[in-house]
Write a protein that binds this ligand. Structure first.
Ligand code: AMP
Ligand code: GLY
Length: 411
């Protein structure tokens, strides 16, 4: 079977790589891709936001499956355009992608489905924002209602900063603060049948010790040795299946990857957010450990026949991804800094490097975005995987490179 991956980032590289290692996949195509993806797929030039162009490319290539990686094309209806041409597409319709596209929509679905989440108020005026902040108290949680590439959420005890963020956004969701560790749980679904993957953890803040502003994610690991043994079953029963069922009941079944961000609070498991696509960088360690071939799961979900596919199986051991970000991230990002040491890193035992924001200029590999690379290490346990990942980080260099030194520390 032939597959086409849409997107340019680390998640898309990890997906294209896993598809290229799947014996059932004969051709992997990607658009627009990046230099890392070019090593495992044939690249094509397309605007990922243009559904009819993506569908036309898929038709021309004769692919059996299109995988839409990022949220913006999904919210814009790219999966709808592909499906309308009769081509299987992994990724939800625009209507279903509203689970990520609008925080207020997600809250409404959760309320209807009885899914545990933080109490929240949708605010459009300064007056509403002020009273919501007073109602919930500090620490304040203020979320831009729309897509914001992981940077739309401000969690702060500074009331003026909370109000300023609310004022800077059109519509905000202000909600109760959730304490406790966070877990990312992904599920592949065809709109009815739901297959959870194993839990992962993502490190959102830019600096060690969870200091500094939120980013798209500075590292991740899986599995979580400390997570309760029944966590996946509990979340399947209380969150995933009810949400998928509610979306089907509304006539907008969710087909694709349902990403649940959870807080394990002192009062129980609560949903922090939904995403409508694989998470980045959690996908990198998860796919590094996935033993099942990826294509039947994605195709089964796209075709509404997931129940006929074996549930995903993971290899024993652990995987850790450490992100190398460019100078200035997350406020800005530095482009064109020459990257060295990649081959040396990939030569290390249990290490591979995923490209998130790279480009090739005059034969040099250079930085081309905020998050540049994710160095993935695998090993017998989290400690060994972490050691492998950081051994790779140590030999890669570019001007202004930033990384956290505490990804998966202490496990
Ligand atoms: P979101 O985009 O909704 O995932 O929010 C980004 C990050 O902000 C989350 O991963 C949490 O670390 C933090 N966050 C979001 N909502 C809350 C909340 N209600 N309480 C505490 N932290 C939160
Ligand atoms: N790792 C966070 C995200 O993909 O949204």
């Amino acid at each position: 079977m032939k597959a086409l991956v849409i997107g340019t980032g680390g998640r898309e590289h990890a997906l294209a790589r896993a598809l290229s290692l799947d014996p059932q996949v004969t051709e992997v195509h990607a658009a627009p891709g990046n230099p890392g993806i070019a090593a495992v797929a044939t690249l094509h030039d397309v605007d990922p936001m243009n559904g009819s162009d993506v569908a036309a490319l898929a038709e021309k290539l004769g692919v059996d499956l299109v995988v839409v990686g990022p949220e913006a094309p999904l919210v814009a209806g790219v999966a709808d355009a592909v499906t309308e041409r009769g081509i299987a597409c992994f990724g939800p319709s625009a209507a279903a992608a509203q689970l990520e596209g609008s925080k207020a929509f997600a809250k409404d679905v959760m309320a209807a489905a009885g899914v545990p989440t933080a109490a929240a108020r949708l605010c459009t005026t300064a007056g509403e924002a002020t009273s919501a902040l007073d109602e919930f108290g500090a620490p304040y949680v203020v979320k831009d209602d729309g897509l914001a590439a992981g940077k739309g959420v401000v969690v702060t005890s500074d009331r003026a900063a909370a109000l300023a963020h609310a004022a800077a956004c059109d519509r905000v969701v202000i909600e109760e603060y959730l304490d406790g560790p966070e877990v990312s749980l992904f599920a592949i679904t065809d709109g009815f049948c739901v297959y959870p993957l194993q839990p992962a953890q993502d490190f959102k803040r830019i600096h060690d010790g969870d200091e500094g502003p939120n980013t798209g994610g500075m590292g991740a690991y899986t599995p979580l040795p400390w997570a309760p043994a029944d966590l996946v079953d509990e979340v399947l029963t209380t969150v995933l299946q009810p949400t998928v069922d509610e979306m089907a009941r509304r006539g907008t079944p969710f087909r694709g990857l349902l990403y649940v961000g959870l807080a394990l609070t002192s009062r129980g498991v609560r949903v922090v957010e939904f995403n409508a696509r694989f998470g980045d960088p959690e996908t990198q360690p998860l796919l590094a450990l996935l033993e099942s071939p990826l294509s039947p799961l994605l195709l089964g979900a796209a075709n509404g026949a997931l129940v006929d596919v074996q549930p995903p199986v993971f290899r024993p051991g652990a995987a850790v991804a450490v992100v190398l970000a460019s100078a200035g991230y997350p406020e800005s990002s530095s482009k064109g800094d020459v990257i060295t040491g990649l081959e040396a890193a990939e030569g290390l035992d249990g290490v591979h490097v995923i490209h998130a924001g790279t480009a090739e200029v005059d034969g040099d590999l250079v930085t081309a975005g905020g998050r540049v690379l994710a160095v993935v290490g695998t090993g017998a346990d989290v400690g060994a995987a972490r050691q492998a990942a950081y051994s790779g980080v140590d030999v890669i260099a570019f001007d202004g490179a930033q990384h956290r030194t505490d990804i998966a520390a202490g496990h």
